[in-house]
Design a protein around this ligand. Structure first.
Ligand SMILES: [Zn+2]
Length: 422
């Protein structure tokens, strides 16, 4: 049988179209979940889904789903997310959605129906920037983030996830993810330098890093920057600076098994001539190893206490939000590797240092991921790039993976969907 080929032209056009939605005057794309640009991207993607012969709708967690039924009860799920970080790039997330739509459309045009149903997923909030919880939408879908938490999580405007979900501004029909799932596959850019350094284009993902995040509030005493002598000051920003260095040192000590970042800090009152009385920041720790994460968490807590004592501060760590490390299903890894070989590329598997919806899904159903090269290893940046040939390769590998899974022995599982009854 002749190989069915995705359309590189259509892939590029659609990626570029989506890449115009949410243009930030400061550079790159800013498509925060549920904000107008995100809603517009959902609507545009829904239109692409309809062009691919899929029924498009939005579920009660704001996820866009484009589906088509098959002879088998179980559905194959493929997709990614449509939100971005502030001033992000056009490939992170959108690539997996557009490529999955392309696979659906290619199969339809080739008159090659799958035995399984097919559902293209476009998760609403993966980045976790707006509400402080990564992979929020997929975790909400499977009930890991309950209703009460969705009502509590608020963005900078003070609106909760729940408020946004109630508003349902996208004008699309309601939809639900199929409960019986054969597999979930996600194509994503690597977001790191490994593939490029190896001179490779595509890899199967073997595991997804665990992530621990906590908000931290450091309180000291705000006072006059001129009349307050240096000894005896309680400068919250000095404590924060020490914590930044401590997190770096602790992560470095784990060699290449962990990374740690303080990527956000808010200094109050934030005046040139006032000693900072309060700093609010976030600590983020990552490792593919659960034990390493635990050790790091304890060490950060310990160092926070030391810093508080030394600088006459109070350092309060909030509840740690844990996204545990996940090995991906070896059967899925093998399916992707096989698809990579079918596309004429050498087999390769890599861990993922970024969290992904596939990591959440893999706790319930067989899940796999395909990585394509990121130019310069850059992501979460306006300079995020992936060569168009690599985009085509990734989409073709996704298509081959779906075709392989469609014929593979049944490994379907029931996804514990958290939809309201009825
Ligand atoms: Zn992503």
């Amino acid at each position: 049988m002749a190989t069915i080929k995705v359309s590189p032209r259509r892939l590029r056009e659609r990626m570029e179209q989506l890449g115009t939605i949410g243009r930030d005057p400061a550079g790159g794309l800013t498509r925060l979940p549920f904000a107008p640009a995100h809603v517009q991207a959902v609507q545009r993607s829904a239109q692409m889904m309809r062009e691919a012969g899929l029924d498009a709708g939005v579920d009660e967690f704001g996820n866009l789903i484009g589906q088509r039924s098959g002879r088998r009860e179980a559905a194959l799920l493929a997709g990614s997310h449509l939100d971005t970080v502030p001033q992000g790039g056009i490939f992170d997330g959108a690539l997996g959605v557009v490529a999955a739509i392309e696979c659906a459309q290619t199969l339809r045009e080739a008159n090659r129906p799958l035995q399984h149903g097919l559902a293209v997923m476009a998760f609403a909030d993966e980045e976790g920037h707006a509400f402080g919880a990564g992979t929020l939408s997929s975790r909400a879908l499977v009930g890991e983030i309950g209703r009460s938490r969705l009502a509590q999580l608020r963005d900078e405007t003070g609106r909760s996830v729940d408020d946004y979900l109630r508003a349902r501004t996208h004008g699309l029909p309601p939809a639900k993810v199929p409960a019986q799932v054969g597999a979930y596959v996600e194509l994503h850019i690597e977001q790191g330098p490994v593939l490029e350094r190896m001179g490779r284009v595509v890899a199967a993902v073997e595991s997804i890093t665990g992530i621990l995040r906590t908000p931290v509030v450091i309180e000291g005493r705000a006072s006059h920057a001129g009349t307050t002598p240096m000894p005896g000051r309680a400068d919250a920003l000095v404590g924060a600076a020490e914590l930044v260095l401590a997190v770096r040192e602790l992560a470095l000590a784990e060699r290449d098994r962990a990374v740690g970042t303080i990527g956000r800090a808010h200094v109050l009152p934030g005046a040139t001539n006032v000693i900072p009385g309060r700093v609010e920041l976030t600590v983020e720790l990552r490792s593919p190893d659960a034990q390493v994460l635990e050790t790091l968490r304890d060490a950060v807590e310990e160092r926070s206490r030391e810093i508080a004592d030394r600088h006459h501060l109070t350092v309060r760590l909030g509840a740690w939000d844990l996204s545990p490390p996940v090995p991906l299903d070896p059967r899925m890894r093998d399916a992707v590797v096989r698809a990579i070989e079918r596309c004429g590329h050498p087999p390769l598997t890599l861990p993922s240092w970024a969290g992904h919806d596939a990591g959440v899904m893999s706790r319930y159903v067989p899940a796999g991921m395909i990585f394509v090269v990121s130019t310069g290893g850059l992501s979460h940046s306006p300079d995020e790039r992936t060569p168009w040939e690599a985009v085509e390769t990734g989409a073709q590998v996704l298509l081959e993976t779906l075709l392989f899974l469609d014929d593979a022995p049944d490994m379907s599982r029931r996804l514990p969907l958290a939809y309201a009854a009825g």
